[in-house]
Unconditional design. Sequence first.
Length: 285
Amino acid sequence: MTNQRERDLVDGEVLAFVRTAESAEGYPLESSDRIPSLQAARFASELTNLAGLPVSARTLAFVAQCRRGEAFAFEREGDLPTLPGTYYALRVLTLAGKPWREPATTRWITERLFDDRGRLAVGMDELFYGARALMLLEADLPQSARKEILEFLRARRSPEGGYGPDRGEPADIQRTYCAISLRGWLHDGARVEEDEGLAEWIAGCHRDGRMHLSPSSGEWSLGTAASGHRCADVLGLAWPWNEAREFAESHRREDGGFGLGAASTLWETYCGLRTIQLADEHTRL
């Protein structure tokens, strides 16, 4: 349930943008896409939920059309279910007050995450989507699976401080947020403590008011901002929250949403508002 402060984040202009980000059939659509997707449905639902409004019946109908047996395809035209599509669908259903609790879905996800020996069979990104879906299913992983995920994350920790997509690959702020989030889940919601060098690495991503992909990268976006500021929030870091808010606000667009380009996207609008929400929570403390 959203409170008044959360509803204040999403004004009429943002909602007007969300309503324009639809296909001819009225299904959620990112501006750069030609067909609706569950990713667009998820972010449209997040935004309407922040406004205190229910998930639309058309969005729920679209989710149902993406169902493939015990899981969900990323798009209505997709033949096979995917981990990202399943996570997005379960998130929309949760926001709609219709949480999904099918044991068959839990089995489908775990069979894709782990091989016959109990070893992880996916990369960081798919692990994140699968784990997020299991959280929504309120699934209880056995200790052996929890240990396997923690070992997987340790192997992707960069000597410089963050986490990368695979062994030996450079760390980035988005995979670092994924890893921190997964660690919190595996420790049953207990606060994730700083590892040596982690806070410094995250702080090094923040330069000139922008959250970069890594301390050495020139790449930045509203997505890296949302990931980086969420890392700072989870770890309880001292942080320039006013700068974070100003950065997000500077990317409001005339169409009512947020984006780096002239046109907004649902994803960037959600990232911008999540950054503002975090900043407001910390400056009120």
